[in-house]
Design a binder for this molecule. Structure first.
Ligand code: 2BA
Length: 107
């Protein structure tokens, strides 16, 4: 199982690429705890032999960008109060978790 947190701008290209290769994906709307802005979490159930192919599609389609943070978000602690705003934060390409799946079935 691959969980990829992807910037919204990169999702279309990545999904086009993976569906062309016959891989399946589930798209969840999500948002980051730091910027509090929208991103997309993709779940891919993939066989081990197709894992590297999927990871290179993610690497090839997801790019790093600078996002502007204009004010402290409520979740940030007192340490953040000394940050001079606005600040530029590098976001992405993609944040990827690869997990072993114990069972997979459909009913
Ligand atoms: P955000 O939490 O909104 O984070 C956006 C970007 O802000 C991060 O980009 C990183 O460059 C910066 N950032 C986040 N937390 C920070 C902190 N405590 N101090 C300084 N800079 C910080 P990415 O690392 O590319 O992460 C993009 C998005 O991926 C995150 O959005 C979050 O939704 C997710 N993500 C990243 N690491 C994660 C993790 N370990 N667990 C769960 N989700 C994660």
């Amino acid at each position: 199982m691959v969980i990829a947190i992807v910037q919204d701008k990169d999702v279309g290209g990545l999904l086009q690429c993976v569906t062309r290769e016959g891989l399946r994906a589930t798209r969840l709307a999500s948002s980051g705890g730091f910027l509090r802005s929208g991103n997309t979490t993709l779940l891919f159930g993939v066989e081990e032999q197709r894992l590297e192919g999927l990871l290179s599609m993610i690497r090839g389609t997801c790019h790093q960008r600078e996002e502007i943070l204009t004010q402290a978000q409520p979740i940030m602690g007192p340490v953040d109060t000394h940050i001079p705003f606005p600040i530029e934060v590098p976001v992405g390409g993609a944040t990827v978790f690869v997990l072993d799946v114990e069972q997979f079935f459909k009913v």
